[in-house]
Design a protein around this ligand. Sequence first.
Ligand SMILES: NC(=O)c1ccc[n+]([C@@H]2O[C@H](COP(=O)([O-])OP(=O)(O)OC[C@H]3O[C@@H](n4cnc5c(N)ncnc54)[C@H](O)[C@@H]3O)[C@@H](O)[C@H]2O)c1
Ligand SMILES: C[N+](C)(C)CC=O
Length: 489
Amino acid sequence: MDIKKQFINGTWVTSNTDAVRDIMNPYNQEIIAKVTESDESDAKTAIAAARKAFDQGEWPATPATERGKIVHKIADFIERDREELAELESLDTGKTVEESRGDMDDIAGVFRYYAEMADKDGGEIIDSPVPNSISKVIREPVGVCGQITPWNYPLLQASWKLAPALAAGNTLVMKPSEITPLTSIKVFELIEEAGVPAGAANLVLGPGNTVGAELSINKDVDLISFTGGIETGKKIMQAASSNVKKLALELGGKNPNVVFADADFETAVDQAMNAVFFHAGQICSAGTRLIVEKSIHDKFVDALVDRVKNIRLGSGFDESTQMGPLISKEHLNKVVNYVENGKKEGAKVAVGGERPDDPELQNGFFYLPTVLTDCTTDMSVVQNEGFGPVITVETFTTEEEAVRLANDSIYGLSGGVFTNDIAKAERCVAKMRMGTVWINEFNLYFPHAPWGGFKQSGIGRELGKPGLEEYQETKHIFQNLNPEPLNWF
Ligand SMILES: NC(=O)c1ccc[n+]([C@@H]2O[C@H](COP(=O)([O-])OP(=O)(O)OC[C@H]3O[C@@H](n4cnc5c(N)ncnc54)[C@H](O)[C@@H]3O)[C@@H](O)[C@H]2O)c1
Ligand SMILES: C[N+](C)(C)CC=O
């Protein structure tokens, strides 16, 4: 098996360490690839290349229209190689190929969105209080960007960082999750093919506590953009203080899904299932906290349980599969312990709550889709991000109580409200402290809409115009058209 390499200064190279990591298919634990394992020294080499490419290189000086054309080409190549990329993503993560195809379409869309935006902001003239002067505001690239991504949406989360950073004229070093690097490696081949100059986009492959930590602390990195868990985010925030880096953090979520009795019942049940069981619940914005009006609780839980029993687990490559495995043995153990703790605290298992006994699934890291009832806001299963196919059910009787329960979290990434009373929905949404709130919908995202968290779900925004502005510095230029001595001193 060939050893996949890192991409530094326009060249595919093995690590200084000679170490190699096996990449595993979580469906059957087969080794699907071998990848060179970088260390701090590789990260330093990549940062030096990105620094030189920014300070002396052609990419920041390339006209924005040209940069946009190159970013468009990356989108073209992603569309061309859609099936290969989708299959790689499914091999690496266990998600269904159908889901991965959808991801690839989203990813191409993100590159196109920022390609279009690259040359749309020529700056602005602002009013000046000084006669005979011109005051203008322009936006420039930030510099060298460190980008660290998680395993759950490997290429999608990478695209939210790569596309705006390149469109804005930055140089970058990306570090994907060490367990799911395959589509990121492939997309750097496409970045090379599209004509991004050497050194402008670099890829290092390896663990977070060495390679990621170097990107976070290194003083030649001007911005660090991170998507991942809250504890890692805190470490990165501390490390980034080394040179007061610009910081963008997309962290976890514990997202409430509020269902009122007047909601369309079938839609609310169906969406509640999608909200939490899609990608086996390994989604930052998964609707893991179902907060349902007491009068419909029993009927709602019964309907949910009936449908959850029929979710088909299996290989992501089997067209009939609806839910794949969890990403790793460690993560499976975490989900098992998370549910066991919930049971000890008084949560009742309405369905699931264990590993499947199907012999076909024993080599994969599967966990049954699980509904936990009798939950209260003080339980660890309600407060902590489990990142598995587990939904907790709480009840409310008043609108105020629904909002209070929805907001009772350190997180504030996303949430949903299901009701046919639009005024009630708007009242709730106005009080819900989350970066995205859906009304009669859950888990929808698209390039135009900013994404990010309130509270401890993060800092900054990806996607939309704010997602480009993260990668830009704002410069005010004042020009005196009639310079004269001030004669103050
Ligand atoms: N808000 C969002 O948009 C969003 C999107 C996807 C995932 N997430 C979150 O990501 C988490 C799951 O992903 P994960 O388990 O890969 O997260 P993680 O924090 O364990 O790892 C994320 C990345 O950080 C790296 N890393 C680990 N320790 C590091 C360190 N000390 N310094 C620098 N980098 C380090 C890892 O190698 C990996 O590349 C969940 O909490 C999920 O909610 C959030
Ligand atoms: C941001 N999103 C929803 C694509 C993936 C979160 O894990």
